[in-house]
Design a protein around this ligand. Structure first.
Ligand code: GDP
Ligand code: MG
Length: 172
C-alpha cells in the first residue's frame, strides 16, 4: 500500500455543519445541539482508495476553523499546506449560500490549485430550503466544482465527498 497524508480545509459560514461533518466522518457521531467551535477543530480519518490497480491508504486531516463567520479571522496558518478543500453551505441558510463567493475568493487566493468541492448540507430539511436547486447547480458549473448534497444528520452522501477528494488528490 502507498500511504499519504492529506490536509483538508472545511470552509463556510457558522452553523452550516462543518464541525458536524468532521464528527460524523471521523467518529460517526451526530450532535443536534449547536456548540460554537472554539479554536481550530481537527480530526483524522483513514480512507482506502483503489486506483489504477494500486491500493492507497490515505490519512485525511480535517480542519475546521473557528470564528469562520468573520472572514478576516481565518488565519494564514489555517490555509498553509492545505491539499484539498470543502466549501459548505446550509440548505436552510440563504446567507451561507450567498457567502460562498467570498469563501471561494479567500480560498483561491491562498490555495489556488488544490482540489475543491461544493457541499450543500442539511438536505434532510430540503422542504424548508430558501435556495433554488438551479442556483446551486449553476454555481457548481460556473466554478467547475463538483456538487454533493449531503445530510450529516441522516449520514447521507457524506462519505462520497471524501472518496471523491481523495481520488482527485491522487490523480493530480
Ligand atoms: P459549524 O458552525 O459549521 O461547525 O456547524 P455545526 O457543525 O456546529 O452545526 C450547526 C448546527 O447544525 C448543529 O445544531 C448541528 O446539529 C446542525 N446540523 C449539522 N448538520 C445537519 C444536518 O445534516 N441536518 C440538520 N437538520 N442539522 C444539521
Ligand atoms: Mg464549528
Amino acid at each position: 500500500d502507498i500511504e499519504h497524508d492529506v490536509k483538508i480545509l472545511i470552509l463556510g459560514s457558522g452553523g452550516v455543519g462543518k464541525s458536524s461533518i468532521i464528527r460524523r466522518y471521523c467518529l460517526n457521531q451526530y450532535i443536534p445541539v449547536y456548540k460554537k467551535t472554539i479554536g481550530v477543530q481537527y480530526n483524522e480519518a483513514d480512507i482506502h482508495v483503489q486506483m489504477d490497480g494500486s491500493n492507497y491508504q490515505i490519512k485525511l486531516l480535517l480542519y475546521d476553523a473557528a470564528g469562520q463567520e468573520d472572514f478576516n479571522n481565518v488565519s494564514e496558518q489555517y490555509f498553509r499546506d492545505a491539499q484539498a478543500a470543502i466549501l459548505v453551505f446550509s440548505t436552510i441558510d440563504r446567507g451561507s449560500f450567498d457567502s460562498l463567493r467570498r469563501w471561494k475568493r479567500l480560498l483561491d487566493k491562498s490555495c489556488p490549485n488544490i482540489p475543491k468541492v461544493l457541499v450543500q448540507n442539511k438536505v434532510d430539511l430540503i422542504q424548508n430550503s430558501c435556495i433554488k436547486p438551479e442556483e446551486v447547480e449553476s454555481l457548481s458549473m460556473e466554478w467547475n466544482m463538483k456538487l454533493y448534497r449531503v445530510s450529516v444528520k441522516d449520514d447521507f452522501n457524506l462519505k462520497n465527498v471524501f472518496q471523491y477528494l481523495s481520488e482527485v488528490f491522487l490523480a493530480g
